[in-house]
Design a protein around this ligand. Structure first.
Ligand code: ZN
Length: 456
């Protein structure tokens, strides 16, 4: 629910909220560039000030690079606790010449606010603060306990967050975590993201002779590491595109019927997609739609490979070594460590005597599937319906969101609500990033409704 007076207050104060967003967006808090370190601190300070004005008790915690803001609302004894995570750092704005207006001089045109960070993630983070302002202005107190956690290193991979979460896990205990850093299902169709794929990413280095050899003198008597690499990579997949590693699919959870129906409702203009990608065919596992293949089924991809001579002209050698980087996107209930073991065992068996293969793990992340019918999820569903005037769709993402796994691991929290107010065409990380003021408004309403729905 959202009391009428609060709903009216939000509508009446949109200009004020938009002006606040413009101020937030004008701080060039680019986390990857050291010359902007002071700006990142300034953005942290700005977030804390907004929360302190709402009576929150908080502070800025320094890390090795950019600080974390942690603030807590005045206690409402016995009421549930909601933790909101967001980030106040942004991507670099380059290439600057492609921006119609400067990236840190927010410009409003055609119902959008254009600036770096508009949708990712300043605009979305601010919706919660604006919601709190509206609730406090009308009702004088919040219906629940709210903790806001905002970091300044998301765009550089959150290097300090794991430790921060582990160190502060007692202060971060909550009934649910809300993250608004994803997008809607399609423009105007809100979404709750309930699934993320995991990742098992390895490098394999195949080694043969001690040094590159003359292929005329030695060709035909030893294994060529580049050939071995090609043979092995070829055997990782079946002709129909499925992964050939024994045991790879053993723990794969088949999407439930409601999920398949939800996914089949995704807009699938395959011709437009092919045009966009510049390919004449889409491929993939038989029996699954494009949406299912790209979010609910596991994959294996060669991300890079090397070996031997690739310069201009000819050089007749048998290379001493060759290698490849291979990543597998995982789905529930695959476990990255187990897949790593299956992969290395299979590849080791395929490598013939006379060459050696060495593996380096590059990145492991577990897949995520948030339960659909928990109290928190149902509260979020109702809140979005109130805020957007229509029910959200439930979707899975093909990638992973590192912070989600960090929260699961360090806070032992499974009630993670990925509520995207942005639109898929907002252009995060691109020139002319924008956030629709309509979505901003609906996001504030949804965030306010979530406080009440969770507070029940
Ligand atoms: Zn983001």
């Amino acid at each position: 629910m959202l009391p009428d007076r609060i709903s009216s207050y939000i509508s009446d104060h949109l200009e004020v909220f938009t002006a606040e967003l413009a101020r937030f967006l004008s701080i060039p808090s680019v986390s990857t560039l050291s010359e902007h370190a002071a700006d990142v601190r300034k953005a942290a300070q700005w977030v804390l000030e907004q929360l302190e004005k709402c009576g929150f008790n908080g502070r800025i915690y320094p890390t090795e690079r950019h600080p974390v803001v942690l603030a807590r609302s005045p206690e409402v004894p016995g009421a549930p606790v909601l933790l909101v995570y967001g980030h106040y750092d942004v991507q670099p704005p380059d290439p600057l010449e492609e921006w119609q207006t400067p990236p840190f001089s927010p410009d409003i045109r055609d119902g959008y606010i254009y600036a770096r960070g508009a949708t990712d993630d300043k605009g979305q983070l601010l919706t919660y603060i604006n919601a709190v302002q509206a609730v406090l202005a009308v009702a004088g107190k919040l219906p629940l306990n709210l903790i806001v956690l905002a970091e300044g290193e998301e765009e550089i991979g959150s290097p300090s967050l794991s430790k921060f979460l582990a160190d502060h896990r007692h202060e971060l205990r909550a009934d649910a975590v809300a993250i608004s850093d994803t997008s809607q299902f399609a423009p105007g169709v809100p979404a709750i993201t309930y699934g993320l794929r995991g990742l098992c990413y390895l490098q394999m280095d195949v080694r043969g002779p001690r040094f590159d050899l003359h292929s005329g003198s030695f060709g035909g008597i030893i294994h060529n590491p580049a050939q071995v690499l090609a043979d092995v990579l070829h055997k990782l997949k079946n002709p129909d595109g499925t992964v050939a590693i024994p045991g790879f699919y053993d723990n794969v959870l088949i999407p439930e019927q409601w999920e398949r129906e939800e996914m089949s409702a995704a807009p699938t203009d395959l011709e437009a997609l092919k045009n966009y990608l510049g390919v004449s065919e889409l491929v993939g596992e038989p029996g699954y739609s494009v949406t299912e293949r790209s979010s609910a089924r596991p994959t294996l991809d060669i991300n890079g490979l090397w070996g031997g001579f690739s310069g201009e002209g000819a050089k007749t050698i048998i290379p001493a070594k060759a290698g490849a980087k291979v990543s597998m996107r995982l789905v529930p209930n695959q476990v990255s460590g187990e897949i790593d073991r299956l992969f290395t065992r299979f590849v080791s068996q395929l490598c013939p005597p006379g060459v050696s293969v060495e593996f380096t793990g590059l990145h492991h992340a577990e897949p995520v599937l948030v339960k659909r019918n928990t109290a928190a999820m149902l509260a979020a569903e109702r809140a979005i319906e109130i805020g957007f005037g229509k029910k959200p769709r439930f979707k899975r993402e093909g990638g992973s969101i590192p912070v989600v796994n960090m929260i699961r691991e360090h806070l032992e929290q499974e009630n993670i609500l990925l509520l995207g107010w942005g639109s898929p065409d907002d252009g995060p990380h691109s020139p002319n990033e924008r956030f629709s003021l309509g979505d901003f408004h609906r996001g504030i309403r949804s965030a306010a409704a979530l406080l009440f729905e969770m507070g029940k």
